[in-house]
Ligand binder design. Structure first.
Ligand SMILES: Cc1ncc(COP(=O)(O)O)c(C=O)c1O
Length: 394
């Protein structure tokens, strides 16, 4: 029998995908350079040349069995060692290779982390605004996801609501910093407070509440932002990382789970992930990509354009009277729409070939997301169009 649950999901088409398809179709009509498409979080900067050079070297010099053979189920040892050393050097941690599990991007990392520290029927908490894919990532593990409403002043954490919702049924809490869609990074003060609450509640309920930290934007942090390494604050942290954004490699599907060495079960979580892969079929990233990234994991693409674009957009939004929190990183910004119904606002913007995403699906109605991973000259032209739109419509 056809699985009705997945069949029903076909009806709920992603708003972001729909908007992006609209932008592509419109681009065919009027030229893509005239469509100001802020819908998709697809990196716009080149992969570092060192990655390309390493891929070429591997293809030319390594034997094909090593390059294209199965990796061990817990991943390529050199990749795991390189990641552990990089995190230790940069964040003062003490990971060893045994704490690193290679995954297919952050999506694969979260799929494994959730299954490692929950069982079907458990509850998890995430915070608005949140990445909508968390629903299938968590729901697919049979776990109920509750969303803490946003702290709309700062897009840090609404601790009052969080404490009300953090019951004894919650096995894990999922955070994302710097955040998609707000662009905000959780501050030292936020992470300290989060850690204190998790410690107190774990003690009160008699079980560890794990922290799953989704960090694909960790390397895209702007000047002056307070964006510390999450796992420093709370031992029971599983950090989920991806090279999709930092190295501009989303199509290669490469990331990892890093288990804090002081986390409960840190000696078994990575081997357990190997077992989880057997059930999800979502196992190790390609061997050659693990080998290439092992060599360049300390590098990033030239990410500076994102900060340039953010400043141009932020200044224009402020000038036009939008209410907006300045992003500390990522390539997203999330202003309040100029009317209560942000879907209506985005539809009106579309008439000006401005493609924005309403954030209702991110758990924060009334706002819209702009993904500014596009060329700066297009951002500049888009700001002129935005001024015209606001002047004529509002
Ligand atoms: C917040 C967040 N988490 C996870 C992911 C998934 O990342 P990946 O494509 O590396 O699996 C994304 C992708 O855009 C994201 O924005």
């Amino acid at each position: 029998m056809i699985n009705q649950e997945y069949k029903d999901m076909l009806g709920a088409k992603s708003v972001i995908r729909e908007l992006s398809e609209y932008a592509t179709a419109r681009g065919k009509e009027i030229g893509y350079e005239n469509v100001f498409d802020f819908s998709l979080g697809n990196p716009s900067v080149d992969v570092p040349k060192e990655f390309t050079e390493e891929m070429i070297r591997l293809l030319q010099e390594e034997d094909t069995m090593t390059l294209h053979g199965y990796t061990p189920s817990l991943g390529n040892q050199k990749y795991k060692e390189a990641i552990a050393a990089s995190l230790n050097r940069r964040f003062g941690m003490n990971y060893s290779a045994e704490h690193i599990f290679p995954t297919t991007g952050a999506a694969g990392a979260i799929a494994h982390a959730v299954r490692a520290v929950t069982k079907p029927g458990d509850e998890m908490i995430a915070f608005a605004p949140f990445f909508p894919e968390y629903r299938p990532y968590v729901g697919g593990a049979g776990v109920k996801l509750s969303i803490v409403p946003a702290d709309t002043d700062s897009f840090q954490i609404n601790f009052e609501k969080f404490e009300e919702m953090l019951s004894g049924k919650v096995s894990a809490v999922l955070i994302n910093t710097p955040n998609n869609p707000s662009g905000v990074a959780y501050s030292t003060a936020t992470l300290e407070k989060l850690s204190t609450i998790l410690k107190e509640k774990s003690k009160e309920y008699g079980h560890t509440i794990f922290l799953i930290s989704d960090e694909p934007y960790r390397e895209i942090v702007f000047k002056g932002a307070d964006a510390p390494y999450v796992s420093k604050f709370y031992d029971h942290t599983l950090s989920c990382y991806s090279f999709s954004k930092s190295l501009s490699l989303p199509g290669e599907r490469i990331g990892y789970v890093a288990v804090n060495p002081a986390c409960e079960g840190s000696d078994v979580i990575v081997p357990m992930c190997g077992q989880i892969s057997r059930g999800t079929g979502h196992n190790c990233p390609p061997s050659i990509i693990q080998q290439a990234v092992a060599k360049v994991c300390d590098l990033t693409a030239d990410l500076s354009v994102y900060e340039t674009n953010m400043n141009i957009i932020y200044d224009t939004l402020v000038e036009l009277g939008f209410s907006v929190v300045k992003p500390g990183g990522t390539f997203y910004i999330m202003p309040k729409a100029l009317e209560d119904d942000s879907i209506a606002f985005c539809k009106k913007a579309r008439d000006y070939d401005l493609i924005f995403v309403p954030t209702d699906g991110f758990g924060a109605p009334g706002y819209f997301r702009m993904a500014y991973c596009i060329d700066t000259d297009k951002v500049v032209r888009a700001m002129e169009r935005l001024k015209k739109f606001v002047k004529e419509v509002y």
